[in-house]
Design a protein around this ligand. Structure first.
Ligand code: AMP
Ligand code: MG
Length: 418
């Protein structure tokens, strides 16, 4: 298993903009997943580990885009109807088997190869069949209703690049050039645990003063949606030795270990101390809300991410930081999720110098605009807000005020968790 360098996440401690953090991650994180060959059917959601060049033209031959009659354009009378004998028939998968003759029409169906020498197809509904002949209207251009060989893809074109996330359309495209196996990066193995003496598993009773462990299930779901193989390490008490033992067990068989809670400043430092027994941990003070700090490090070369304990902060920091890390470790090249412009329907004040994400739902207003409505509470522990919202309105560092009616960026949850 490839390993991260000791100082991979070394960080001086000043407040850092997200953009800068992403730059550092992109520069320092190497792919840890080795490539493997999988069948196309098993490749959905995986990351491509090779460039794919097409071994053929697609479509492989000129073919008809419609049902109708193929002709040589030269045989047509320019200003009046043309009557031609119909002396052949080609259907998809059944070529004519001989060159076309001048002066004939050939009955043709969608996807059928164009007879050699013919370049024009009349749509069935524009023609009149009359016994063994067909009457064709004037005015059709040469090449009408024909799809050219190589129109979609030319032989040797690179159709997919290394690092591409494979969605259904990429699988279709690979199949269209005859690939039935793809080289992809193996799935990352991720381990997740929660810490906290107060944290209880939802399968058991809650202790007095306890809370149920929400984060572990949300984080495991986020990891599943990134295609990771997830190990559930459960809940660990606020105890350095027990955490260190769990880390030691997890390190040899995982690429990344994630936890939540216990890493905020002023906390009893069990997680930090446990990680540092066999690795390094740095607190990245990001200029973001919700979510700082996030602890990044490595234990014997396996990446470690300490997410904030507040459930909303844990999820949001996962979406905007940990997700990118995991994609980079797994070989993906595009790690930023798209933002869409929407109209804010709320006024909002924020501190300048930090990026904020506001949970919001979107709907169309009477004018047809897509409008984002802010969830009523902005508490970092309010998980209902994550369920009610469709995503996050992202407010950049430099702005201090948003007024209703202004255009803002929207990050859909669909883009960062499926
Ligand atoms: P911490 O970062 O440990 O100080 O935790 C911050 C807040 O998040 C506290 O209110 C914790 O009780 C809460 N919290 C920590 N871990 C979890 C968890 N796994 N599930 C839900 N809430 C948590
Ligand atoms: Mg705690």
């Amino acid at each position: 298993m490839a390993q991260l360098k000791d100082d991979c996440f070394a960080f001086g401690g000043e407040l850092m903009a997200l953009e800068r953090a992403m730059e550092i991650l992109k520069n320092r994180i190497d792919i840890v997943a080795e490539p493997e060959l999988v069948s196309l059917r098993d490749a959905l959601g995986r990351i491509l580990a090779e460039d794919i060049a097409s071994p053929r033209d697609v479509p492989p031959h000129d073919n008809s885009a419609v049902d109708g009659y193929a002709v040589c354009h030269n045989d047509l009378l320019p200003d009046e109807e043309t009557r031609l004998p119909v002396s052949g028939r080609v259907a998809a998968g059944h070529p004519l088997g001989r060159p076309a003759k001048s002066g004939e029409a050939v009955r043709i169906f969608t996807g059928a190869p164009m007879p050699d020498g013919m370049e024009t197809v009349f749509m069935e509904e524009d023609c009149t069949a009359d016994g063994n002949t067909v009457i064709l209207p004037p005015g059709l251009k040469s090449g009408a209703n024909r799809r050219k060989r190589g129109e979609d893809i030319e032989k040797d074109d690179i159709i997919l690049r290394r690092g591409q996330l494979l969605r259904p359309q990429e699988l279709g495209l690979a199949a269209s050039v005859g690939r039935d196996r793809l080289r992809v990066y193996r799935r990352l193995r991720a381990a997740v645990f929660s810490t906290g003496d107060e944290v209880c598993d939802p399968s058991g009773d809650s202790i007095e003063g306890g809370i149920y462990d929400a984060n572990r299930f949300a984080i495991m779901g986020l990891l599943d949606s990134l295609g990771c193989i997830v190990t559930d390490l459960g809940i660990l008490p606020d105890d350095q030795n027990q955490i260190a033992t769990a880390l030691q067990g997890a390190v040899p068989v995982h690429d990344i270990i994630l936890t939540s809670g216990g890493v905020s400043a002023g906390e009893e430092d069990h997680v930090k101390a446990a990680v540092e027994q066999n690795g390094t941990l740095d607190f990245w003070r990001l200029a973001i809300k919700p979510g700082r700090p996030i602890a990044l490090g490595q234990v014997k070369g396996t990446a470690f991410v300490g997410l904030p304990g507040n459930p909303v902060a844990a999820m949001v920091t996962f979406m905007v930081i940990a997700r990118a890390m995991i994609l980079l470790l797994g070989g993906a090249t595009n790690v930023s999720a798209p933002r869409f412009p929407v109209v804010a329907d709320f006024d909002y004040k924020k501190k300048s110098g930090r990026r904020e994400w506001v949970r919001a739902s979107i709907a169309r207003n009477l004018a047809g605009q897509v409008v984002a409505s802010k969830f009523r509470s902005s508490g970092a522990g309010v998980l209902t807000s994550m369920v009610a919202a469709d995503g996050l309105v992202e407010l950049p560092e430099d702005i201090e005020v948003v007024r209703a009616g202004e255009i803002v960026d929207f990050l859909s949850f669909n883009e960062v968790s499926r």
